[in-house]
Design a protein around this ligand. Sequence first.
Ligand SMILES: N[C@@H](CCC(=O)N[C@@H](CS)C(=O)NCC(=O)O)C(=O)O
Length: 230
Amino acid sequence: MPTTTQIGNPSAANDKIGGVPTIHYFDFQSRGRGQVLRLMWEDAGIAYKDVRYTFDEYPSYKEAKIAELNPTATIPVVELNGKILTQSYAILRHFSRLLGAYDGKNEEEKYWADLICDIVIDWRTLFIQAFFSNNKDTTYPEHCKTVRPNFLRAINTHLESSDVASAGPYVCGNTFTYADMVLYQILHDENLVQEGRAGLKGQERLAKVVDAVEGRERIKKWLGSERYLG
Ligand SMILES: N[C@@H](CCC(=O)N[C@@H](CS)C(=O)NCC(=O)O)C(=O)O
């Protein structure tokens, strides 16, 4: 049986999005495409229902339930007020608009947040392929030597050379956006933010984003709580 946990108490942010969302996702520590939704909700102070499936039980639920909710039969799936929301990045953008936050203050910032997010989408696809392959012992180390450094270098260079990013620590300078969340989540899932940021040596601009995200009041509290699962 999947585990269901009620997180937090409904707040003004829940009013803005129209209720208390339920997320269906893997019980995969604090990792993956579903986790970045939880991260946004934690930062915004949104109460939510967290339904977690173990990797073993997921295949039967995928067939019996998830495929009914989502034509692509993938998770995360979010239920909110009788509506089904799918596709993690579209959900992040949707909630950003509803909250009036997290998607940049002006067109330049919105474009920039989308651009960094799109690079992370490409990166995550290749990360998942390498990490969950049947041949992981070969494919993941290879990914870490080739594909991953290219993404790290590219995003670091983008942020170092962008006027939008120059005013502060975040992807859009002083404006915290959903792009910081997706960037943080891939760096976390690739184990680059742990152990004193050792994996980010030479990518100082990325380390700056990580410090700023982890320093946010609600995220800091969540990272120090039992709810953070590594
Ligand atoms: N573009 C989709 C990708 C969804 C996706 O591939 N989800 C993975 C987990 S992160 C999944 O459902 N894997 C299990 C499966 O495909 O059965 C999104 O961002 O939501």
